[in-house]
Design a protein. Structure first.
Lengths: 360, 405
């Protein structure tokens, strides 16, 4: 990674309040971006979006401009452009990319700056711990820790495996930065939402960029109707439908939920490419890794065992069962639900065919 | 309701009514009263009357005196519309509640003091029977509670308090005897009121040691590094595990080990422990244990150090909770509130006696193990007409262990 120390704090973290103040004092309006004098800012804003599409979490600071104003101003401009493109998936991926960039810069930064940003910008209840219980330099208030760590599945994040002293959960600097990453992502998404709710009129050159980016996006994302025939979601149990919908919306889905859906789709006989297209909606999608994982679950790699779909009990303990199974008539495994409703659908089709046959 | 006859129920109701007439003002009034849901059982009906709310203590007192409930509860949650159906109440937050019930603690005394009763023949039978051998009716279980049961519950409450204070840093609690088999503990700290179910589950998992990883404590390595392994002076679960393991080694108490590891493998482990205990130093000698002993001791320590709470209660953010200082219709004892700092001094079988001990009632006792109320001890008895202090007679009537002659 190139040295980032040359960059000012404002350029590195354009979400800081003083960065926003600086920009508003600079007096830039959307109209001003049609002026070639600002072309560098426009270029960098576009670059931020292209990085999001191409690199995602793999983004690194090498594309950052040495010019503080360019870095600073291109950030809100990119948000406006993303909002105008109106692609939820791209919005999430952009937020994730910006959050990853910030994370990489934070890892290189000094602890005073990190702590200040965590506290003042994101209102996190963190402080430095002199005593450093078991090499943990920081502590976070219990409530904030719970709120921040809920989406992580690794056992090391689970509260029971933490050192918790009088309401303070001990964390390391890397863990703090990981928690901040989600906050940056939230911040970016909120601002995209805001910009979406009152779309501004854009000068022509910006509109051109938007059209250009749009044309590179897949024309049609994988929609429900593409999965037709026997593996159509119509026959899926409610738990799988829900995970599927969340994946399609580009929302954050836990590792376990991903695994459950993937193993379900494999077991109902969907082909790997179709499954991959579904997971391509994840904001952190990485074609290579996803393919590897799905092939692994399908038993084409590694241990060569095909994974079965988690049972309803397991789904329940992971909070993925819908309405406590009330809609499912006591099945023990989501696959059983699928097989049963498939039988029903086939029968209904047959009945329908017969009725139609009579009519003709 | 376990009363043998309607007459039993109505005499108990008279005493309850009198109690509430005299002592209504001592009933606990939960904070933010108008935002709480209330519910109660009457002496007559099996269904709970719920979705009630009261704007002032007076309103609540009037209703209680008028209705004389068998049991009365309020929500740990605050609602915008406490009288609305569940999904329209508008949840605003909930206190964090804990229920410790001797019933879940598998106390060995249970086998000795629980029994069953045939309501028709008015006779007692062992718990193993389901139907009355004389008349074929299904039998009713009478769960007794003794000092041992409540001591076991108190010990769990102690551990729970340590988790809540030392680890979670909570500072505002209230505590109450349930009036029957256990204790209730309620955390009132502002910071927890809005925790959702999943977040409460994390706290529960912590308190019960669920998902505690041996590996993350550095105890699954081939060669243990004593620097990173849990030590007695460590905070949090690390310290709890170290202390419990150290105690197991020092006390050579093999009972628990047998429970965790099973009888068959225990002997080889016990030999190993004896060897290790000989050279027991200042801290836990993790490095001297073979992997299997390490795991067994870890599991036993986790079992010993966790607090055995009713997890369903704590995770339910709509739960109703017995009103503090009201009467428990299963015993006629009071759900007496006490200062959590005085947990060790609380005496359930005297401080919760709320009905008169100077008034007397004559009842036919079907069966009663030895028990004590206040200063008075009662001998074991079966199929006997007895003149008892009202509080004791009512305890037996409520349990269905006695009936009016
Ligand atoms: S009962 Fe089983 S199939 Fe139905 S929603 Fe729950 S987990 Fe899914
Ligand atoms: Zn009988
Ligand atoms: Zn007992």
């Amino acid at each position: 990674m190139p040295s980032t120390s040359r960059l000012s704090i404002l350029a590195k973290y354009p979400f800081l309040p003083e960065a926003r103040r600086y920009i508003s004092e600079y007096g830039l309006t959307l109209e001003s971006f049609s002026d070639p004098a600002y072309s560098k800012i426009v270029e960098r804003a576009k670059q931020r979006i292209v990085d999001a599409i191409r690199l995602g979490e793999g983004v690194d600071p090498s594309n950052m401009s040495e010019d503080e104003v360019v870095e600073l101003a291109s950030f809100p401009l990119a948000i406006i452009l993303i909002a105008a493109i109106k692609d939820r998936f791209l919005a999430r991926r952009f937020a994730l990319t910006e959050a990853s960039l910030a994370t990489k810069l934070l890892l290189d930064d000094d602890s005073k700056t990190i702590l200040r940003i965590a506290r003042e910008v994101f209102g996190m209840d963190v402080k430095a711990e002199e005593a450093q219980a078991m090499a943990h330099e920081y502590s976070m208030g219990l409530r904030d820790y719970l709120k921040g760590s809920m989406t992580f599945n690794a056992p090391s994040w689970k509260l029971v495996n933490r050192i918790v002293i009088r309401g303070r959960v001990m964390i390391t600097i890397n863990e703090l930065i990981r928690l901040m990453k989600d906050k940056v992502m939230e911040y970016v998404l909120e601002n995209i939402e805001k910009a979406m709710s009152r779309p501004p009129k854009l000068p022509q050159n910006l509109q051109k960029i938007i059209d250009e980016i749009k044309s590179t996006l897949p024309s049609k994302r994988y929609e429900e109707e593409i999965i037709s025939g026997e593996s159509s979601p119509e026959a899926w149990p409610p738990c799988m439908k829900l995970i599927y919908q969340n994946v399609m919306k580009g929302e954050n889905v836990s590792h376990f939920a991903n695994f459950a859906l993937a193993s379900f789709l494999i077991n109902i006989g969907m082909n790997l490419d179709d499954i991959l297209k579904i997971f391509a909606h994840r904001p952190d999608f990485d074609q290579r890794i996803a393919r590897y994982q799905i092939e692994h679950i399908a038993g084409l790699r590694g241990s060569r065992t095909k994974y079965t779909t988690p049972s309803c009990d397991t789904m329940k303990t992971n909070g993925l069962c819908v309405e406590d199974g009330k809609l499912c008539g006591g099945v023990k495994n989501p696959l059983a639900y699928f097989r049963r409703s498939l039988r029903r659908l086939r029968k209904a089709d047959k009945d329908k065919a017969e009725v139609e046959g009579e009519r003709s | 309701m376990s009363f043998i006859s309607e007459a039993d129920a109505s005499i108990v109701k008279k005493f309850f009514k009198n109690f509430y007439r005299k002592t209504y003002s001592k009933l606990y009034i939960p904070s933010r009263l108008p935002e709480r849901e209330f519910g109660y059982f009457t002496f007559e009906k099996k269904l709970m009357i719920r979705h009630l709310s009261f704007n002032s203590p007076q309103e609540l007192w009037e209703r209680i005196i008028e209705e004389t409930p068998l049991h009365i509860y309020h929500s740990a949650a605050f609602y915008k519309y406490p009288r609305a159906p569940m999904d329209a109440k508008g949840w605003l937050g909930a206190e964090l509640i804990f229920d410790i019930d001797a019933d879940h603690l598998k106390t060995p005394c249970r086998k000795r003091h629980d029994f069953k009763v045939c309501k028709r023949c008015r006779k007692a039978y062992p718990v193993s029977l389901d139907l009355c051998p004389d008349c074929g009716q299904s039998l009713m279980k009478v769960e007794w509670v003794c000092d041992l049961c409540l001591e076991a519950a108190r010990e769990e409450a102690r551990k729970l308090l340590s988790f809540l204070e030392d680890d979670f840093g909570f500072s505002k609690f209230r505590a109450a005897f349930s009036g029957n088999r256990g204790y209730h503990l309620v955390v009132e700290d502002e910071s927890i009121l809005e925790l959702d179910q999943a977040e409460r589950k994390e706290l529960i998992d912590y308190i019960t040691g669920t998902g505690l990883s041996m590996k993350l404590m550095g105890l699954e390595e081939r060669i243990i590094d004593l620097e990173t392994a849990p030590k007695l002076e460590d905070p949090s679960w690390r310290g709890r595990i170290a202390k419990a393991v150290f105690e197991l080694l020092a006390s050579q108490n093999y009972e628990v080990l047998r429970e965790v590891a099973g009888d068959s493998i225990a002997q080889t482990l016990i030999d190993e422990i004896k060897e290790i205990s000989k050279a027991l130093g200042e801290n836990v000698p993790w490095n001297l244990m073979r992997p299997r002993l390490r795991r067994t001791l870890f599991e036993a320590a986790r079992e010993l150090a966790s607090a055995h709470i009713d997890v369903v209660v704590t995770q339910d953010i709509h739960r109703l909770l017995r009103l503090g200082n009201s009467l428990n219709g299963k015993t006629g004892l009071m759900a007496k509130m006490f200062n959590p700092d005085e947990l060790d001094e609380f005496e359930p079988f005297s401080e919760s006696v709320a009905l008169p001990m100077d008034d007397e009632l004559t009842v036919y006792v079907i069966k009663a193990p030895r028990f004590k109320l206040g200063e008075v001890e009662f001998e074991e008895c079966e199929n006997e007409l007895k003149k008892l202090p009202a509080a004791a007679a009512i305890l037996l009537l409520c349990k269905g262990a006695a009936t009016l002659p």
